[in-house]
Write a protein that binds this ligand. Structure first.
Ligand code: HEC
Length: 206
């Protein structure tokens, strides 16, 4: 065998298994196996470090401070102010997906939430049991947060500073409705009455 034909022969030996391999397994698609997710934070930490501080970027952007000296309105003015509000809305919207990922309610050994079953505030174990019993309801509340955050983007893109008050109210209600279902269902009546009062105050202001 010449050197050249030896190389061709070696080449075809390599090619045959490659072609065979290529024809035999066309149905295997890399997307078939989704990568596994590894939650890092508990729900409590997600609230404390991501959801709550981010929501403040929106809530604190439009504030009416009523005092004896008069009424002072704080509204976003610069592009930088608006970018911060927009980022807040985007992070909150995506956080809805983080909330839907199964994760612990509190970090191991955390004692900051109620430890007494049957109180107005549920214990982490009681909250977890509620979520497990009806995961679709938990997901619905997470979706409520996403929808409120996405709705607010229209107002933000239009630079509608007055509209931010309503946006904040809508997001706040999405937070509250989940908390009332899972965290402090015993306080439902008092919280709803407080919400009504806040609406009356807004009307007075206008
Ligand atoms: C899908 C349900 C859900 C939504 C939506 C939600 N939360 Fe929560 N949040 C919880 C639960 C449950 C707890 C109490 C248990 C815990 O902390 O794990 C909690 C606790 C908290 C806490 C207390 C954390 C701590 O340090 O103990 C804060 C603050 C908070 N949420 C803020 C918010 C804000 C602000 C929003 C809206 C922008 C929001 N949450 C939306 C479920 C939700």
């Amino acid at each position: 065998m010449s050197r050249a034909s030896a190389l061709v022969a070696a080449g075809s030996l390599l090619l045959v298994p490659l072609l065979f391999h290529g024809c035999e397994q066309p149905e295997v698609t890399p997307a078939a196996e989704a990568p596994s997710l590894t939650p890092v934070l508990s729900v409590k930490e997600l609230m404390e470090h991501i959801v709550d501080p981010t929501a403040d970027w929106i809530f604190d952007a439009a504030v009416v401070d009523v005092s004896e000296k008069g009424t002072v309105e704080t509204l976003p003015l610069t592009d930088e102010d608006w970018t911060r509000v927009e980022r807040g809305a985007l992070i909150l919207a995506e956080s809805a997906n983080l909330l839907k990922m199964p994760r612990a309610m509190v970090p191991p050994g955390d004692k900051s939430l109620s430890q007494e079953p049957g109180g107005p505030e549920l214990t982490p174990a009681e909250i977890e049991a509620r979520v497990r019993k009806d995961p679709a309801l938990w997901a619905k509340h997470a979706d409520g947060l996403r929808e409120a955050a996405i709705d607010s983007l229209k107002i933000i893109k239009a630079r509608d500073a007055q509209g931010l008050f309503d946006v904040g109210d809508k997001i706040d209600k999405a937070c509250e409705s989940c908390h009332l279902e899972y965290w402090y269902p015993g306080d439902k009546k008092a919280v709803l009455e407080d919400q009504k009062k806040r609406v009356t105050f807004d009307k007075l202001k206008k």
